[in-house]
Ligand binder design. Sequence first.
Ligand code: MN
Length: 736
Amino acid sequence: MTEIEIEQEKKEILRQYRKLLRHAKPFLQGDDAKLIKRAFNMSQEAHKNMRRRSGEPYIFHPLAVAQICVEEIGLGTTSIIAALLHDVVEDTEMEIEDIERPFGKKIARIIDGLTKISGVFDYGTSQQAENFRKMLLTLSDDVRVILVKLADRLHNMRTLDSMPKNKQLKVSSETIYLYAPLAHRLGLYAIKSELEDLFLKYREPEKYIEIVRKINATKAPRDRFVRNFISPIQKELNKHNFKFNIKGRPKSIYSIWNKMTKQEIPFEKVYDLFAIRIILDLPPELEKAGCWQVYSIVTDYYQPNPDRLRDWISTPKSNGYESLHTTVMSKTGTWVEVQIRNKRMDEIAEKGYAAHWKYKENENSSESGLEAWIGRVREILERENASAIEFVDDFKHSLFNEEIFVFTPKGELKKLPGDATALDFAFEIHSEVGAKCIGAKVNQKLVPINYKLKTGDQVEILTSNKQRPNEGWLSFVITSKALTRIKDELKEQKKSAALDGKEIVLRKLKQAKLEMNSEIMDKLLGYFNLKSALDFYYLVGKGKIDPKEIKKIKNFEDKPRKQASQNVSDIESFQRKIKTATGEKRDQLLIGEDMDIVPYSLAPCCNPIPGDAVFGFVATHEGLKIHRINCPNATELLSRHGNRVVKAKWTSQTEVSFLTGLKIKGTDRVGMMNDVTRIISNELKVNMRSISIESDNGIFDGSIQLYVNDTKHLATLTKKLENIEGVEEVARFDVS
Ligand code: MN
């Protein structure tokens, strides 16, 4: 490098630093400027011999991260200092104490948090998940750790060009997996969209370029459309003396791509390429009324779609988002989304919680949505036995879903992710309520626990002291809270069954004059083809392994016990096996002497729920009605119309199943049938009604009637069956 180039570099560094100070100036107080200067000098000194892959001096990176914190997130001095020093402890000789001395405990803790969460981030490994967990733990200490980390990630994504291809893919995968959802949850919409767009740029470069090109090519007619659309509204707003800003906001490249991919449509078919945004400039006390007045003006000109009104002004999203959205019909016959909000709301929407925070910093504000969220995150993190990977999955789930608003019987509002079920709601109320939940009443109507809630539903949870969580529950809850609690409970149940099992095993060994040691355990695990002692004890405790078999250990060979595989011709023993395997029945109402499943409805006079003692009554015009034994009308019905009473009883639990059929075709082999039943009865705990299988010249042709919970359940089952070696085709048929 020449002298001149080095001089130029130095000048550029200073220029960036001054720009940072200029943006920070409005909120600097007391010694802030001095502290920032000190942090800048310290960072420059520490990184002085380092260059980024692009060749530029390293200090450009911390400077840029600090700039993002100020300009794009709206953070102040503490975060600027943390951003300037964020890589110092990790990448240089400097220790955390060197930071604490001049800058104090608070900043040292933030840097410490930032240092801990980097380290080796390998996509999809438990290491990464564990790091993510740590990051969120620190978040509950100081939310700035996560905001600076997001700024760091954003700058790394912006400068990803100089990285080799494999690194680009790794970094952008992490970004879409963790950071974009996190930004979304924190309400940092601008950063979230940019992260997503950059992800697409590296993941699908051709698609990315194509969309950008088409957005630009269609700009002129789009602008013309926006001008025509807003012109009458502008006039009217002026007439009412509103101060406002109105513009067409293009959709992000990523969301257009998402729509094209999901709906399998070309760019030209994506109709909502942009939204109209009206930003008012009103004092806080007038903003709500003002937004509704503007809504009224817009809908005077354009017909609104009543299903698409979103009022996040009266009920803000839990990440702080406030806005009034409506979709209206333009004069050219296309739907257009119109977003109405005040300037304050817009700042929160773009810059997110930090901007929000600034407004509230000096108030004793009531618990905001984000604080509530951080509280929930902390609750999950502090549960020690939640594995890190499970945690990330659960967490991601709760990030990606839109929210719904539902009410308790007393009218209290609860926010839940979209697709949440009655059971999620029960766990939201209290973990004990969740664990004992047997059903719910939604808007006065009885529903099963896996009922999907909708915004506006009023939900009353029904509980029973006999109820306990089971594995099936995991498939119809989505909130982290419910998932974590159910998993904890199942682990407990497993442990206690295993304890019983262990006692039995030790007793049996004693009878055989043997003592438990690792050699014997290995032998047992090998024989029963199991992975861990816990699994083994559990299966014994549950009665799935016959204790008598254990005594035969002396005769064990060192190979797994013979699989009880049958030939297809051996159907009888096979069907017997199914009957035992499906001994655990699901929640069904069985009716009549044959305990059949027939259509029925629940009597409104006593509203029976699964688990109640019930009987069926053939009503003259309405078919079969189910009443509780202690229904107020029961005595009369039973005594006077005994001939119309039919026996009815719930099988054990609480879930609705449907009878359907599957045809399975493939090439037959030894053990094939065994594999099919194992999946149906053990793995997915499906109840079978009948099965018939024919084998001809090595062709396997089966038809099974079974009970499934829903189509999703059926799809999972079908997929699993298709994966069996030899199975060629699995098709559904209707059982008449
Ligand atoms: Mn960095």
